[in-house]
Ligand binder design. Structure first.
Ligand SMILES: [Ca+2]
Ligand SMILES: [Ca+2]
Length: 329
């Protein structure tokens, strides 16, 4: 019996990890693989002037991110400070008439208004500067195109920007829109890749190995607090958030596993502010919420434990287009 269980677990993990890796159409999107010159494998690095493009250890995921820096020059045009540009380019084969989601993480060394852009089929998308790692996403249709010249550019500014975890996925009916849905990938600081965690008070939040399959899950624990507001046992608050892009007028299912212990009250999951309170469960239980995107092209998925004590474990979160019955119902 033990042997059968172990074989099952190993196959499950292999399938899970290969599906994750195989979904990303960007080669070396996390910049971890270097070529013989020490530059990121798979990327075409282009510069004008003395723009710097180099790998840097200040990474969102793993050991490396791409860093682009441009400097003040005397020959800058108009109101701009620099004539330099630094570009990251990768040509990717795609399928016409399909939906894709492009995403990457970036941050600046200082706030400076919009100052980096990326191109999809020649159309520029401008990004605001943030000094904390920020995710940008774009859901687009390929139309007649069968290749994407993905280009990320810093131009005419005097900025320093880091880029990491560039991801392009083709949407299929069963594609999970969430990144790191099982909390299995962890950053150096212990937080799960892809999820934004906001904390008040002093709750305990960590990725740990207690799931039935033996893989990692996220746990959140609120502790009793002496200065809690009247009627509540604690000031502790945790939210675990991931934004997703949506097709309009489409049904989506959010499905996840959770269990709880000693909760003082229900915790909840929100989809764009619409909240669903979740009852206690001492065993792992699966919950599904269905939404219609209507005219919304994005949503915020958020698990919240607010002014509650006790512990919650969460694993295997899935956000997919609702399966359509074979008879079209
Ligand atoms: Ca990386
Ligand atoms: Ca997991």
């Amino acid at each position: 019996m033990y042997r059968i269980v172990m074989v099952f677990i190993i196959i499950f993990l292999l399938v899970a990890s290969s599906a994750e890796a195989g979904n990303n159409l960007v080669l070396n999107g996390s910049f971890e693989i270097t070529d013989t010159t020490g530059m990121p494998f798979g990327w075409n690095i282009q510069r004008s002037g003395d723009a710097s493009l180099m790998l840097d250890a200040d990474a969102y995921v793993g050991e490396k991110a791409m860093m682009i820096e441009t400097h003040k020059t005397e020959d800058a045009q108009g109101n701009y400070l620099s004539s330099e540009s630094g570009r990251l380019v990768q040509t990717i084969s795609i399928v016409p008439n399909s939906h894709y989601i492009l995403s990457f993480w970036y941050k600046f060394d200082h706030m400076s208004g919009d100052s980096i852009k990326y191109y999809i089929f020649g159309e520029a998308n401008y990004l605001r500067s943030f000094t904390r790692w920020t995710k940008t996403m774009n859901l687009f249709e390929s139309g007649n195109e069968n290749r994407l010249d993905l280009t990320i550019e810093l131009f005419q500014r005097t900025s320093k920007v880091w880029i990491d975890q560039v991801n392009l996925i083709k949407l299929k009916p069963n594609t999970n829109y969430l990144s790191n849905p099982g909390f299995d990938d962890v950053r150096k600081d212990g937080t799960p890749v892809g999820w934004i965690i906001d904390v008040q008070g002093s709750p305990t939040i960590k990725v740990e190995n207690t799931h039935i399959y033996g893989d990692r899950c996220l746990s959140i624990e609120g502790h009793p607090g002496s200065n809690a507001p009247k009627g509540y046992p604690t000031t502790d608050r945790v939210s675990v958030t991931q934004p997703v892009l949506l097709k309009t007028n489409t049904l989506y299912n959010l499905t996840f596993w959770y269990k709880t212990t000693r909760l003082s009250d229900r915790f909840k999951v929100e989809i764009s502010g619409e909240s669903y309170r979740l009852p206690d469960s001492f065993e792992w239980v699966c919950k599904t919420v269905t939404i219609n995107s209507k005219d919304n092209d994005n949503a915020i998925i958020r698990f919240i434990m607010e002014k509650r004590t006790g512990k919650v474990w969460i694993n295997d979160v899935e956000f997919i287009e609702s399966p359509v019955d074979e008879d079209g119902q």
